[in-house]
Design a protein around this ligand. Structure first.
Ligand code: NAP
Length: 485
């Protein structure tokens, strides 16, 4: 505990509603655990339905003032938020590592990525551009503009405690919408720690409210049935996303859904294998594989299979596992016991079905939810890990022979978030990219996330986009005025 005393000393642990810290209405709290030690690091207030209503009251009261601010003023506050997050980057990164487990290098990367959403949307706040045209038949003027949609409920996962939230808060605030954010129960501290930073940047009371809760289902459902809520932006599992879509249907709340993935990573025989290895390490190991964008299925052409597999195994075996706060650690623990148990089960299933373990494959004894970097070769087509998100540091490899065959196999999933492919032949790269049913493609790249790019999936990976101009539009409603003058 001593190692984090200074870091945790000033971290808020209550609900942030209307610019004030509050206890929950029933006094309930829940524990936050460090996944590296299994120690309790904090006890956080757990919001009730009444607290959620209070947060909506605060958001409603703040809405007219925030929406009426000049876009440039909102932009300046967002820009200041970016600067202050970067000022406090190291403290925030350590906090992420403490509650999520990821290595400090990953946490630092996340903080920079999270802050960028404020910088990007500071610039985008002033680009809410409409249209003016003449109706072809009547000659009336058609005046089209975009208004803030209203209060947005934001629900975020534990795997990127900062970035998944700022990816929503940034565009919502740029659009003029107040928000109520419910962070994941495993990782509520990072967002609570962000609130004084946003306040210092000039975000008015009530514009951003944060309500961690152990009763997620009830609290979110109550908000989605409140007529003041007009947008729900969710990042998490497809299973919960589907439930929230049903809930959103009752009041026709505008949904944005960033859901699960099952990314293929294709290495053609003409690929630069060393570049593919570098890309594979990022696509697989960023966040210890706990990412919706994580490469889940490696398809390697049979001609380069031996070289790719040998090099990937060497890199994976060389990663240092340990407490994410320690120097040189590249692989921290998984977030919780359920996550660890799932990885153990998926690896055991693949091995039973004939996969060969090239490195890793066995969890050490605790404390901590650790699982080593693992490479499995020759994974059978019916292994469960090819259909489910592994969400851990496990690379599953299969070979292929032809382009058509690998496209069919890559597309054979209900998910469609991101696919990666490596080839030196760009015309093949573009041809295959267009045939892949995924919202995003990494062509000779193992990382696609960028605040300036429209992030999102097709099929059961979601609806809508985050980042780029598209992300702003999720928080705006289009109004058309037909006018004669
Ligand atoms: P999750 O179980 O779906 O939880 C996500 C959030 O939803 C958490 O805040 C959770 O709260 C809340 N929640 C759970 N049940 C709910 C309910 N019935 N009603 C309302 N809210 C509810 O997902 P996770 O395990 O945290 O995150 C991993 C998943 O997120 C993976 O599937 C991953 O692919 C996906 N993901 C997608 C993207 C993307 O951009 N497409 C990015 C990152 C992650 P509690 O924590 O209190 O349960």
């Amino acid at each position: 505990m001593a190692m984090y005393d200074n870091l945790l000393a000033n971290v808020p642990t209550d609900l942030w509603i209307g610019g004030k810290w509050r206890q929950s209405s029933d006094g309930g709290r829940f524990d936050v655990i460090d996944p590296a030690t299994e120690n309790k690091v904090a006890s956080v207030a757990s919001a009730t339905v009444d607290d959620a209503k209070a947060a909506l009251d605060a958001a409603q009261a703040a809405f007219p003032g925030w929406a009426a601010k000049k876009p440039r003023e909102r932009g300046e506050i967002l820009r200041k938020s970016f600067e202050l997050i970067m000022r406090d980057a190291e403290r925030l990164a350590k906090l992420i590592t403490i509650e999520n487990g990821k290595a400090l290098s990953d946490s630092r990367g996340e903080v920079a990525y999270a802050a960028e959403f404020f910088r990007w949307y500071a610039e985008e706040a002033v680009r809410n551009i409409g249209q003016n045209s003449v109706a072809p038949s009547s000659g009336a003027r058609m005046f089209v503009h975009h208004k803030p949609a209203g209060i947005a409920v934001l629900v975020t996962p534990w795997n990127f405690p900062a970035a998944m939230a700022t990816r929503k808060i940034g565009p919502a605030l740029a659009a003029g919408c107040p928000v109520v954010l419910k962070p994941a129960s495993d990782t509520p501290l990072t967002m609570l720690a962000l609130m004084p930073i946003l306040e210092e940047a000039g975000v008015p009371a009530g514009v951003v409210n944060v309500i961690p809760s152990r009763s997620s289902g009830k609290v979110v459902s109550a908000m989605l049935h409140d007529p003041r809520v007009r947008v729900v932006s969710f990042t998490g599992s497809t299973e919960v996303g589907r439930k929230l879509l049903h809930e959103a249907a009752d009041n026709i709340v505008k949904p944005a859904m960033e859901l699960g993935g099952n990314a293929p990573f294709i290495v053609f025989d003409d690929a630069d294998v060393d570049a593919a290895i570098d890309g594979a390490m990022i696509a697989k190991m960023r966040n210890m594989g706990e990412a919706c964008t994580a490469a889940n299925r490696f398809y390697v052409h049979e001609k380069v299979h031996d070289e790719f597999t040998k090099k990937l195994t060497a890199k994976m075996a060389g990663l240092k596992m340990g407490n994410g706060l320690d120097d040189g650690v590249a692989l921290g623990p998984l977030v919780n016991k359920d996550g660890l148990d799932k990885v153990i089960e998926l690896v055991d299933d693949a091995v039973k079905k004939g996969a060969k373990v090239l490195t890793g494959g066995k969890a050490p004894s605790g404390p901590g939810f650790f699982y080593p970097a693992t490479v499995l070769d020759n994974v059978a087509a019916d292994a469960k890990m090819l259909n489910e998100e592994i969400f851990g540091p496990v690379a599953s490899i299969q070979t292929f022979k032809s382009e058509d065959e690998v496209v069919t196999r890559a597309n054979d999933t209900e998910y469609g978030l991101v696919a990666y492919l490596y080839t030196k032949d760009l015309s093949r790269g573009m041809r295959v990219s267009e045939k892949l049913d995924f919202g995003m493609i990494g062509l000779n790249r193992g990382l696609v996330s960028d605040p300036a790019a429209p992030f999102g999936g097709v099929k059961q990976s979601g609806l809508g986009r985050e980042g780029a101009h598209e992300g702003l539009m999720e928080f705006l409603e289009t109004q058309y005025i037909s006018v004669t003058w």
